[in-house]
Design a protein around this ligand. Structure first.
Ligand SMILES: NC(=O)c1ccc[n+]([C@@H]2O[C@H](COP(=O)([O-])OP(=O)(O)OC[C@H]3O[C@@H](n4cnc5c(N)ncnc54)[C@H](OP(=O)(O)O)[C@@H]3O)[C@@H](O)[C@H]2O)c1
Length: 309
C-alpha cells in the first residue's frame, strides 16, 4: 500500500476498524474508503456491489462482523453464523471479482479446538471441535479464512487472514448484554464504585486463563501484515502472554480504585480453560506488541471515563 492507495476498511466504526483508520491516517494514507451501515448494509450483496464498482478499492481490510461476548454468542448462535457468513462472503467475493490487489480478513482465536494444546500454534487448526459456547462464530470465521485461502490458491491472489487474540481498548463495546470480559468488568466495577456496592459478581470460576492485546497493537500488526506478508498461512496475532480472569479482575479493580470484593459465580460457564496463542511465526516476521496489559487497561479506563461515563 502506498499513501495514494484506495483502502476500504469494512467495519470502520467498530473497535478494530476505527483503530486501523487512526493508524493509517496517522501514517498519511489519504484515500480511505469508509462506509457506514446506513450507507452500505454488508448483509445485502445488492448494496455492496454498487459500492465496490463505484469506489474500486485497491486494498481491503475486513473488520466488519457481528461480534460479542459469551452471553451474546450463546443467545444468538443463528445470527452470529448467518450475519458473519453474509458479511464476509459479500466483501471477499466482490473483492476477488473486482480485482482487489490484496485483502486481509480478520478471524479470531476461537477457530481453535476447545481441547487445543496450549499455546495454540497455527498448525493445530481443525484438529478438533471448537468450544461450544462460540461454535457458530468460530464456524463463520473458519469459512472466511478458508475462502481467502482457496482464492489465494485457485486464483493466485494475496487474500490473507490473521487470527487475533482477545482485543480491548478505545471504542470497545461496553453494553453488558454483548460485551467481552474487559469492558464488562470495567463497566460493572465502575457502577459498583459509584454506588459504593460491597461486591461485584463475576461469571465463572475466575480460573480460566486468557490473552489480551490492545487494539492499537492489533492495528499496528494489521498494517505490518498488509505491508510485509503475502503468505497463504493465516497468522496468529497476540502477545503470547496470558493471565487468569481473577488476576485480570484484580488488576482492573486496582487501576479503578474499587474497594469492594470480587465474587466468582461458579454456576456460570467458564468457556475454554485456557486460550493462549503461539505467536512465534509473527515474531519471526519481525512484529511484536508494545503496549503492556496494565498500560492498555489504564488507557481504556481513561477513555471510558471521558466518553461513556
Ligand atoms: N473484539 C475482539 O476481541 C476481537 C478478537 C479477535 C478478532 N476480532 C475480529 O475483529 C473484527 C472487528 O471486531 P470489533 O471488536 O471491532 O467489532 P465491533 O466493534 O463490533 O465492530 C464491528 C463493525 O462491523 C460493522 N458491521 C456489523 N454488521 C454490519 C452490517 N450488516 N453492515 C455494515 N457494517 C456492519 C459494525 O458497524 P456498526 O457500527 O454499524 O455496528 C462495526 O463497524 C471482527 O472480525 C472480529 O471477529 C475481534
Amino acid at each position: 500500500m502506498d499513501k495514494k492507495s484506495k483502502i476500504y476498511i469494512a467495519g470502520h466504526t467498530g473497535m478494530v476498524g476505527s483503530a486501523i483508520v487512526r493508524k493509517l491516517q496517522k501514517d498519511g494514507f489519504e484515500h480511505l474508503i469508509l462506509k457506514t451501515r446506513d450507507e452500505v448494509d454488508l448483509l445485502d450483496q445488492e448494496a455492496v456491489r454498487p459500492s465496490f464498482l463505484q469506489e474500486k478499492p485497491d486494498y481491503v481490510i475486513v473488520a466488519a462482523a457481528r461480534v460479542g461476548g459469551i452471553k451474546a454468542n450463546i443467545t444468538y448462535p443463528a445470527e452470529f453464523l448467518y450475519e458473519n457468513l453474509m458479511i464476509q462472503n459479500n466483501i471477499i467475493w466482490l473483492a476477488h471479482e473486482q480485482g482487489v490487489k490484496k485483502l486481509l480478513f480478520l478471524g479470531s482465536s476461537c477457530i481453535y479446538p476447545r481441547e487445543c494444546p496450549q499455546p495454540m500454534k497455527e498448525e493445530y487448526f481443525m484438529d478438533g471441535k471448537p468450544e461450544s459456547t462460540n461454535e457458530s462464530y468460530a464456524l463463520a470465521k473458519i469459512a472466511g479464512m478458508k475462502l481467502c485461502e482457496y482464492i489465494y490458491m485457485e486464483f493466485n491472489k494475496k487474500f490473507i487472514s490473521c487470527m487475533p487474540t482477545n482485543i480491548y481498548g478505545k471504542n470497545d463495546n461496553f453494553d453488558l448484554e454483548s460485551s467481552h470480559v474487559i469492558p464488562a468488568l470495567i463497566r460493572r466495577m465502575h457502577a459498583a464504585k459509584m454506588n459504593s456496592a460491597k461486591e461485584v459478581v463475576i461469571w465463572g470460576s475466575g480460573n480460566s486463563r486468557r490473552e489480551f492485546l490492545h487494539v492499537d497493537d492489533l492495528a499496528d500488526a494489521i498494517y505490518f501484515l498488509m505491508q510485509n506478508y503475502d503468505g497463504k498461512q493465516f497468522l496468529n496475532v497476540g502477545t503470547g502472554e496470558d493471565i487468569s480472569i481473577k488476576e485480570l479482575a484484580s488488576m482492573i479493580k486496582d487501576i479503578m480504585g474499587y474497594g469492594g470484593a470480587l465474587v466468582f459465580d461458579t454456576t456460570k460457564p467458564d468457556g475454554m480453560p485456557k486460550k493462549l496463542l503461539d505467536v512465534s511465526l509473527l515474531h519471526q516476521l519481525g512484529w511484536r506488541h508494545t503496549i503492556s496489559l496494565r498500560d492498555g487497561l489504564e488507557k481504556t479506563y481513561e477513555w471510558f471515563l471521558e466518553t461513556l461515563h
